[in-house]
Design a protein around this ligand. Structure first.
Ligand SMILES: NC(=O)c1ccc[n+]([C@@H]2O[C@H](COP(=O)([O-])OP(=O)(O)OC[C@H]3O[C@@H](n4cnc5c(N)ncnc54)[C@H](OP(=O)(O)O)[C@@H]3O)[C@@H](O)[C@H]2O)c1
Length: 298
């Protein structure tokens, strides 16, 4: 008789990263209990949907071999702190925003960074108290599913207008990471050697200037859109006007960051997880729909 399949509990399985994690677990024969807040998706082989919400209505965590969070890290850390999870190995996606935004000029961004850091500390403390293996994964700028709020939103605006504006000095370095590479990293995290808490930054496989990243994205659209580079003051005026017209909602800190390098080291993830992310190669079909445009522009 075959042994029963290993069991995983997955939070955020309907999200862009969560769908990749779910598919990989299914493909490897896991039985997955996946939490959803709304109407459960159609039944699929090896997946059992559990209705609920983090942190207080997500159900029990015992009886699983693995637990993975692809939803809000702060809510997962609160759930994790309060629930017995037995011998399950755990993994969770956080964000490099915790490194980047703690000194932001915008209070909401500083608050987000604070929440991420507090959540990481909570997870690490709970892991130490249990002697559990917990792996935290911090992606950079995610793309590839067409539902991210960064590159897909730029693509949607460019598709609508046929062009996209940037300041000529938008040269801060970026490392966009493909959702499929994150799905692979999540599965590798569940097999990581060691019985401790470990955190890994997960940048993409190429480091390129912001304006080169956007230029490549616009070239991938069908038809391609044009990138127009403006002098700084003129771009500043255009950005204020566009915000007033609700063409975008990017704040001053977001615009200023286009000139800042946001570069992270993948060597620890490469060593411990075999992480080998692809170069940035956007394709026409993965840049999303208009769902992230302001409703008046759809
Ligand atoms: N997108 C990026 O560029 C990026 C970059 C770095 C890090 N990350 C991090 O990676 C993780 C996943 O990101 P993503 O872009 O894949 O997210 P996403 O597509 O927005 O999906 C979020 C998921 O979390 C679930 N969720 C939200 N609130 C919940 C709650 N209270 N209880 C239970 N589930 C809840 C959602 O379920 P419903 O279907 O019920 O809404 C959905 O499945 C997050 O921790 C995010 O901060 C994302």
């Amino acid at each position: 008789m075959n042994p029963p399949p290993p069991r995983a509990l997955v939070f955020g399985a309907s999200g862009q990263i969560g769908r990749r994690v779910l598919a990989r677990l299914q493909a490897r024969g896991w039985h997955v209990v996946a939490l959803c807040r709304g109407e459960p998706p159609a039944a699929a082989s090896g997946v059992e949907w559990r209705r609920g919400a983090l942190p207080d209505a997500a159900g029990a965590g015992d009886g699983f071999d693995a637990i993975f969070s692809c939803g809000p890290l702060d809510l997962f850390s609160l759930w994790d702190e309060r629930h017995a999870t037995g011998a399950a190995r755990a993994g969770a996606f956080g964000s490099t925003s915790g490194h980047v935004k703690h000194a932001s000029s915008e209070p909401a961004e500083r608050e987000l960074a604070g929440r991420l850091r507090a959540a990481e500390a909570r997870l690490a403390a709970a892991a130490a108290a249990r002697g559990a293996t917990v792996t935290l994964l911090r992606p950079t700028l995610v793309y590839g599913a067409g539902s991210d709020r960064n590159l897909s939103r730029i693509a949607a605006l460019a598709r609508r207008h046929g062009f996209f504006l940037l300041p000529h000095d938008a040269c801060g370095l970026r490392q966009p990471v493909h959702v499929d590479d994150l799905g692979d990293a999540a599965l590798a995290a569940l097999q990581r050697a060691g019985t401790d808490f470990a955190a890994y930054d997960l940048p993409g496989g190429e480091t390129l200037p912001y304006r080169e990243m956007v230029a490549r994205l616009l070239q991938s659209l069908r038809p391609p859109a044009r990138l127009l580079l403006l002098p700084g003051p003129l771009f500043g005026f255009a950005a204020v006007l566009a915000r007033w017209l609700r063409v975008h909602d990017a704040g001053a800190a977001v615009l200023a960051r286009m000139r800042q390098d946001l570069v992270f080291d993948a060597s620890a993830a490469a060593r411990d997880l075999g992480y080998a992310p692809r170069r940035f190669m956007p394709e026409a079909g993965m840049s999303g729909s208009d769902q992230y445009l302001h409703p008046s522009l759809r």
